[in-house]
Ligand binder design. Structure first.
Ligand SMILES: [Zn+2]
Length: 139
């Protein structure tokens, strides 16, 4: 990191060591977005609580699929109490988009709907068999 931090003090070796320590301390507190883009992170950062450094991989995934600016806009447009849920959804959708660039999350939904249809048909067959004591070949 070559950029000076606001609390970085240049001067003697002692000052340089202290400044380096401040940078390290500050860097640990930055969210995954601010650390990745080497930005200042403060209490107004919409990513701070949602994508701490521990969730770096999730941030990198949504950043790769949607772009940082789009994710920031989405999170800003959502009520603060719902941002974590919105972020979790973005991560899920981004994972699906990475696995299946054509269908994304709708591919998963379609597969689940197919499974539901199959299970409903199986249930209807089982109910018929229970009711009439024999399977119905037409079902
Ligand atoms: Zn931040």
């Amino acid at each position: 990191m070559n950029r000076l931090e606001p609390n970085q003090v240049m001067g003697s070796n002692h000052d340089d060591v202290r400044a380096e320590k401040n940078i390290e301390t500050f860097a640990l507190g930055r969210c995954a977005r601010c650390k990745y883009f080497d930005k200042m992170c403060d209490e107004f950062c919409v990513f701070a609580q949602i994508f701490p450094e521990a969730k770096r991989q999730s941030f990198l995934l949504v950043n790769d699929v949607y772009g940082e600016e789009q994710v920031e806009n989405i999170l800003h447009d959502v009520e603060p109490r719902l941002r974590e849920t919105a972020a979790a959804t973005l991560v899920l959708e981004a994972e699906a988009r990475k696995k299946d660039p054509v269908h994304g999350i709708t591919g998963i939904i379609e597969e689940l709907n197919r499974q539901i249809d199959t299970l409903k048909k199986d249930l209807t067959k089982a109910q018929y068999t229970l009711l009439f004591g024999k399977p119905n070949a037409a079902l």
